[in-house]
Design a protein around this ligand. Structure first.
Ligand code: SAH
Ligand code: SF4
Ligand code: F3S
Length: 442
């Protein structure tokens, strides 16, 4: 029997792309002529780049990578090259024009059509599909294979964004907000749990805007919590304006909902928030967090920040630092503003690049002090750890705490030693640069 053809996927961008890459691999893997995944670029018969358009650097990197892949094609003329994800959606046919070695371009809402597109590609044609189709792609993807899974999984429940922040490409690349039916999500979650998953992170560009047949994200979380064997639930990414009362309450009532919330704010200046079209003030954001902390005092807050947005003054930047001091973040992601074609802010004058660089450094210095302090504060505490993989040292395993800290645990030999997928109590004994160390308690 001939060997199966090999597929190499490289994923950029957010967790939704990680989930989409899994589903694309499944779509391309189905059937007797399907591809199997390889980690070895040179062995690939097809290379698929699942791309991100959020900042200019992310998008431009794709073209330099494609330039490298073109060389592989010279040595292996049958090699197929595909571009998926948000750059595919935003640039479409332009990608094939800039890099003629590309055979296929598919947007985030049409990858269920990959098998048909590949038939055209096999005949030597180019295939392009960046529609926003009527049909639900999830209903048209193959049933997920019954293979053993890693203990932590992503599950997309909502896609798209109607918020139109002035800097952001996502509403254009992913389309309007759409929520998947609750029953479908529950059955996908049950199937994941049957295959070894203990922790599910619900994904959406605006996951807390989830609403399907009157069921909100909080309602969905409560239903998921009833699945035996599912130990932990998380969700990301949320918008402050969609933090409903029932979702806030869920942090106090649902034990399986982990005490971690990624709630981007972008800026602490009301003037800038307005110009970003965020439709909330700094004070409103702080109030939401205060209410969540009232029901879940140990919650770890994570955020996203943009510095150097057009017309950001020193005073605006100071307001962002003040907000960061008021919140005390346990985790954060921060970026220099990148002007994106087609977004409203793209027309506006840029802040001086050196000024923006200096602000980013100052902001990141403050955030890293806060992150380290949150991590150090775990030393001496008992946490629960979901073991995800063996460590590099013998007798060591790595897992994640409730607060999403990576924890390295020394495992004594014996019948009681945990295996991947186990949840165990651990006492934290040390805090290093980016992780914690601990010992088993029971
Ligand atoms: N839906 C999420 C995530 C959007 S993208 C949300 O609303 O928060 C992730 C982060 O990238 C954003 O939170 C923002 O901080 C950053 N980002 C988006 N567009 C950007 C741009 N044009 N320049 C710099 N950072 C940007
Ligand atoms: Fe982009 Fe704003 Fe939508 Fe987030 S809420 S995806 S930042 S437009
Ligand atoms: Fe990037 Fe698209 Fe995600 S632009 S951040 S891959 S939604």
């Amino acid at each position: 029997m001939a060997d199966k053809k090999k597929l190499y996927i490289r994923t950029y961008g957010c967790q939704m792309n990680v989930y989409d890459s899994e589903r694309m691999a499944e779509a391309l893997g189905a059937g007797k002529d399907g591809y199997e995944l390889t980690e070895n670029l040179e062995a690939a018969d097809m290379i698929l780049m699942n791309t991100c358009h959020i900042r200019e650097k992310a998008a431009e990197k794709i073209y330099s990578e494609l330039g490298r892949f073109k060389g592989l094609k010279t040595a292996k003329p049958d090699l197929k090259i595909g571009v998926a994800g948000c750059v595919a959606q935003a640039e479409g046919a332009e990608i094939m024009r800039r890099q003629p070695a590309v055979d296929l371009v598919v947007g985030p809402q049409t990858y269920h059509r990959l098998p048909e597109m590949m038939q055209a590609v096999a005949k030597g044609e180019k295939a392009l599909d960046t529609d926003f189709p009527e049909e639900d792609k999830f209903e048209n993807l193959p049933v997920r294979p019954k293979v053993k899974r890693a203990p932590a999984a992503f599950l997309t429940v909502q896609e798209g964004c109607d918020k139109f922040c002035a800097f952001c490409v996502v509403p254009y690349t992913r389309g309007a907000e759409v929520s998947r039916p609750t029953a479908r999500i529950l059955s996908e979650a049950r199937a994941l749990v049957e295959r070894g998953v203990r922790e599910i992170t619900l994904l959406g560009q605006n996951v807390n805007a989830y609403i399907a047949d009157g069921i909100t994200l909080a309602g969905l979380i409560h239903q998921l919590a009833e699945i035996d064997g599912l130990a932990r639930i998380r969700f990301t990414t949320s918008h402050p304006n969609d933090m409903g009362d029932d979702l806030i309450a869920a942090f106090g009532t649902c034990d399986k909902l982990m005490p971690y919330l990624h709630l981007p704010v972008q800026s602490g200046s009301d003037k800038i928030l307005k110009r970003m079209n965020r439709s909330h003030s700094a004070a409103q954001y702080l109030q939401v967090l205060e209410r969540i902390r009232a029901v879940r005092p140990d919650i770890l807050i994570s955020g996203d920040f943009i510095v150097g947005f057009p017309e950001e003054t020193d005073a605006d930047f100071q307001a962002t630092l003040d907000l960061i001091r008021a919140v005390n973040y346990g985790q954060a992601y921060s970026f220099k503003y990148s002007s994106r074609p087609g977004t409203p802010a793209a027309e506006r004058a840029l802040v001086d690049a050196d000024v923006a660089d200096a602000r980013l450094q100052e902001l990141q210095a403050l955030l890293s002090v806060q992150q380290k302090a949150a991590q150090d504060a775990m030393v001496g505490r008992e946490v629960s750890v979901l073991f995800e993989k063996p460590g590099r040292l013998k007798g060591q395993m790595i897992g994640k705490s409730q607060h999403l800290h990576a924890v390295f645990v020394a495992i004594p030999d014996g019948p009681d030693a945990p295996v991947v997928g186990d949840l165990r109590r651990v006492r934290i004994t040390e805090s290093s640069a980016n992780s914690l160390g601990g010992v088993l308690i029971d």
